[in-house]
Write a protein of this length. Structure first.
Lengths: 421, 516
């Protein structure tokens, strides 16, 4: 009850017009808690706060019904927590610019369970789509919490994949937690409420605005132990998150791609600058469980000493987790990357492709290619083949492609676009 | 004394006979015209008066009454000048010859008495032939179009005096019935455009061939500058040449619209129209207080190319729905409803996204919602009528330089012609002429598959997740592919090709890793 009261006062306090995280934390440090502030007289307040703020505080006291407002928030199933409170995420408390308050629906990420932020381009390629789903589901399966922004593309796909295998995932939004943005991710939003949580530092009802998104990125990286970038162009919002992550001392991993793909250039540049390359989900698991969990020394030094004890206790619990998971990961290691890579080959063999079909299959890619391109490559190959009985016209190519689709090794995407399955 | 002269009025591309009655009586001198006349027709009074005077027939001070019957249909246009003038001369007793009654007259007059061209001569002459009239007097500029009607004596005069002289003394006149060698008209002219110039682009070439063979509407999707317009322009070159019946239909429309060039007799080449995307609905469908044929009617028996399909306004494109279904368009206006034929092949082109380069992530800078919004702009019912969807590839300049030429229009046209002949035979005795027009009963009847084909079809349905409509569309396309192959049965390979031209449903945003 006491905690609730504290939250109710804090909820009022941070809703005072003109109040922000920095100011709020300063006042807090000086006056103890929000209730004290509420009880304080104008004279007391003006000793600690500037005149405008003090006036605003006094003014809202008359219009804001502490308990009723907090009740109505609860009725909307929106939870509230503030910096320094018991349920405030520990990872965030180390941040220099930690959000003063958090609103959330569902749950918050667990402090002693590893968390990975998966981020990347909204307009991703088929390759990014597949990799995001692969990493999301594999990490989700192992109980890793997936933190992301619920955006289109990489964000949403990786979260969706994690939820699909009953994993846990949390979305940090650039709007109020009661607003689903983008709307097309409504299904994901609903599932996140059950299997994870929706988190935001903005008051409920805040509409999405471009300037609100960069600050929320620090929460995404702050909540994670490791940041994984799947696809990003050279100029991308993803880099805001990466910069934040580096500032916060988090590990950054990227998925390599081809140097000629615009969507991989961003990742490759990061790699050049020293980011790790993740070739399979196991690489990420290895970092999380075998190596020491990334130290927060750089940022935590700036924080108060009170949290140090908690940090050490957290490391103990996580090392217990490590031993239990060690066996599992080693099994997975044996199953390893190579198997994943050979998967499509195997499927091809099972389908019993002829020699010409194999050649055509090689002309396909996991990214969609236009029929015209596929045909062009295939024709070149056929030219060099002897006794294949093909003339090399487009009709044969279409016929063989349909055959591949039926055998389940290829699929037709949009018009005239095909890819390996 | 009352005299009567035969002329004709137009309703749509059909002509109805008109009697121009002229009476001359004593009384207060004047010139009255009655018969529900439009203002151009009423102005004929002045033109006729002055031109007759200048031709040497000044009107005496008598009361002249002109009635243009049937008097309950509104008459428009300037074609009644000549019949009114002839009627007056007849009433005045200047033309007593019975020959006048054998003639059909039409033409506009200048103040000096010269005859000028009028629209719709071809349908008028056609109608007169039906009514048993054999002789027509038309302005010289229109004689070529009238003369194509076989069994008609069509005279083209330049001046009213020429007409009068001829009627008075036909044997001693410079006028003679115009003769046109029809075979000469239908000699295929050498075309400038040829499919040979389209390099690569094998998918869309093939799609164009199927489209022309079975009259399947075609949608091309591709980046800017990939040659979509170039391909569309070459569509008429691979369609079979128009036969005489088709040519007469098309020429009648152009004649009514006043679009036949001076001295041009028939339109013998398939029309190709490419309306700009800012076109208004009434320009597309046809309109005006006297409804004139719109773009869709002028594209009759030819190709209508809709470039930048997504840029057309929705209500403009929706206009196409009825004509695509009924092959004609009905235009209702205050002065009545007219029907124009509109049986055309739609060839449409669009970019896949606002910047045009989707799905190439190296070039495309559009966001997913932008692309979805862009593609969502095409009206669903119109997209449904596109049997063939094909991608056009961005061309490599280096390859263009090398200049590998493609197959020529002539070779393609030969195959298409054979496929058309097969269809003609198939649909003998029905009102259908192309595979694309088949409905479900005909599809059941003509698109029979062997057991192997049935098995394949089943598998395709399973993997491709076809809707019922897409299923029938695919069968129709497969029928045309088989016809091009001169195969009586639809073979599995025809089906396998047909499925590649369908519009696969848009991708799902959330895809799972293929291994899951």
């Amino acid at each position: 009850m006491q905690e609730n009261e504290e939250k109710a006062y804090a909820y009022w306090f941070y809703n005072v017009p003109g109040m922000n995280g920095k100011k709020g934390r300063e006042l807090y440090a000086r006056m103890g808690n929000a209730e004290e502030i509420y009880m304080a007289s104008m004279k007391q307040l003006s000793a600690y706060a500037d005149k405008k703020t003090a006036e605003n505080i006094m003014h809202t006291k008359d219009t804001w019904d502490i308990l009723a407002e907090y009740e109505s928030l609860k009725k909307q199933k929106i939870h509230f927590t503030g910096y320094g409170m018991k349920d405030y995420p520990e990872r965030l408390s180390y941040l220099a610019d930690a959000p003063a308050v958090l609103y959330y629906k569902g749950k918050l990420p667990e402090n002693n369970c590893p968390a990975v932020a998966i981020i990347g381009a909204r307009m991703c390629s088929e390759y990014g789509r597949q990799v995001a789903a692969w990493f999301g589901s594999k990490l989700g399966e192992k109980g890793i919490q997936i933190i992301s922004g619920m955006a289109m593309g990489i964000d949403g796909i990786s979260q969706e994949a994690a939820l699909h295998v009953d994993g846990k995932s949390f979305a940090v939004l650039g709007c109020g937690v009661d607003i689903c943005y983008p709307k097309s991710n409504m299904g994901l939003y609903e599932r996140l409420l059950d299997q994870g949580g929706i988190i935001s530092e903005y008051h409920p009802g805040t509409m999405p605005k471009p300037q609100l998104f960069p600050p929320r990125n620090r929460i995404i990286s702050g909540l994670a132990d490791l940041v994984l970038v799947i696809e990003a162009k050279e100029k991308s919002g993803t880099f805001i998150t990466v910069d934040m992550a580096l500032e916060q001392g988090k590990e950054v991993y990227v998925i390599p791609g081809r140097i000629t793909d615009a969507l991989s250039r961003g990742c490759l540049r990061l790699m050049k600058q020293g980011a790790g390359a993740a070739l399979s989900p196991e690489d990420i698991l290895e970092v999380l469980y075998y190596e020491e969990i990334p130290k927060r020394s750089t940022t935590s030094a700036r924080n108060e000493t009170s949290s140090r004890n908690e940090t050490s206790s957290r490391n103990e619990t996580s090392s217990r987790n490590e031993t239990s998971l060690r066996n599992e990961t080693s099994i997975m290691e044996r199953a390893s990357v190579k198997e994943e890579m050979d998967k499509s080959r195997e499927r091809m063999k099972k389908a019993g492709l002829s020699r010409t079909e194999e050649v055509l299959y090689d002309a396909l890619d996991i990214c969609p290619r236009s029929l015209e391109d596929i045909h062009h490559d295939f024709k070149e190959q056929v030219k060099n083949m002897e006794k294949c009985g093909l003339e090399g016209n487009i009709r044969e190519t279409m016929e063989l492609l349909t055959g591949l689709c039926i055998k389940g090794v290829a699929e037709q995407l949009e018009i005239g676009m095909f890819r390996k399955k | 004394m009352v005299s009567k002269v035969l002329s004709g009025g137009l309703r749509g591309i059909y002509c109805y006979p008109v009697q121009v009655e002229v009476d001359i009586s004593n009384g207060l001198p004047g010139f009255e015209m009655v018969g529900f006349l439009g203002s151009e027709v009423r102005e004929a009074k002045e033109r006729v008066k002055v031109s007759l005077k200048n031709a040497g027939y000044p009107l005496p001070a008598v009361k002249i009454t002109v009635n243009i019957s049937p008097a309950d249909i509104r008459k428009e246009g300037t074609a009644y000048d000549l019949p009114i003038a002839i009627g007056i001369l007849k009433s005045l007793g200047c033309l007593k010859e019975p020959l006048v009654d054998e003639f059909f007259f039409v033409g506009e007059m200048g103040l000096g008495g010269e005859l000028r061209s009028v629209p719709g001569v071809l349908p008028m002459v056609l109608e007169m032939k039906k009514r048993g009239i054999r002789k027509c007097m038309v302005p010289k500029d229109n004689v070529a179009e009238g003369a194509v009607v076989e069994g008609m004596e069509v005279y083209g005069a330049e001046h009213i005096l020429e007409v009068v002289d001829f009627l008075k003394n036909p044997d001693n006149s410079s006028l003679s019935p115009e003769k046109i060698d029809m075979d000469d008209l239908f000699v295929p002219r050498k075309r400038q455009d040829d499919f040979r110039e389209v390099q690569g682009q094998e998918m869309v070439r093939r799609a164009a061939e199927i489209s022309a063979a079975g009259f399947h509407h075609l949608l091309m999707v591709g980046p800017p500058g990939s040659g979509k317009t170039m391909i569309a322009r070459r569509m008429p070159t691979i369609m079979p040449p128009m036969n005489r019946k088709e040519s007469l239909e098309v020429s009648a429309i152009y004649s009514v619209a006043g679009l036949l060039k001076k001295g041009q007799s028939l339109i013998t080449e398939r029309p190709f129209l490419a309306p700009h995307h800012t076109i208004t609905p009434s320009a597309l469908a046809g309109g005006g207080s006297v409804p004139r044929p719109g773009v869709i009617s002028r594209a009759h028996r030819g190709v209508m190319f809709l470039d930048e399909l997504t840029e057309f306004k929705r209500d403009t494109i929706e206009i196409l729905r009825q004509p695509l279904e009924d092959k004609k368009v009905q235009i209702a206006r205050q002065n009545g409803t007219v029907t124009y034929p509109a049986d055309f092949l739609v060839v449409a082109a669009m970019n896949p996204c606002p910047c045009g380069y989707y799905p190439d992530p190296n070039l495309c800078s559009c966001t997913a919602p932008q692309i979805a919004r862009y593609q969502g702009r095409i009206s669903g019912p119109i997209l449904d009528r596109m049997d063939l969807v094909a991608t056009v590839k961005k061309m490599n300049v280096a390859k263009l330089e090398k200049g590998e030429l493609g197959e020529s229009s002539q070779d393609m046209a030969d195959r298409i012609l054979k496929a058309r002949e097969i269809q003609e035979k198939r649909f003998q005795g029905t009102d259908l002429s192309f595979n694309s027009e088949m409905r479900i009963p005909q599809i059941r009847q003509f698109c029979e598959l062997d057991s192997e084909g049935k098995k394949l079809l089943e598998k395709i349905c399973k993997t491709a997740d076809l809707s019922a409509r897409a299923y029938y569309k695919m069968l129709k396309v497969a029928r045309t592919i088989a016809d091009l192959d001169q195969s009586e049965k639809i073979l599995p390979r025809h089906l396998a090709e047909a499925v590649c031209y369908r519009k696969a449903p848009g991708r799902k945003e959330m895809g799972f890793y293929a291994g899951e």
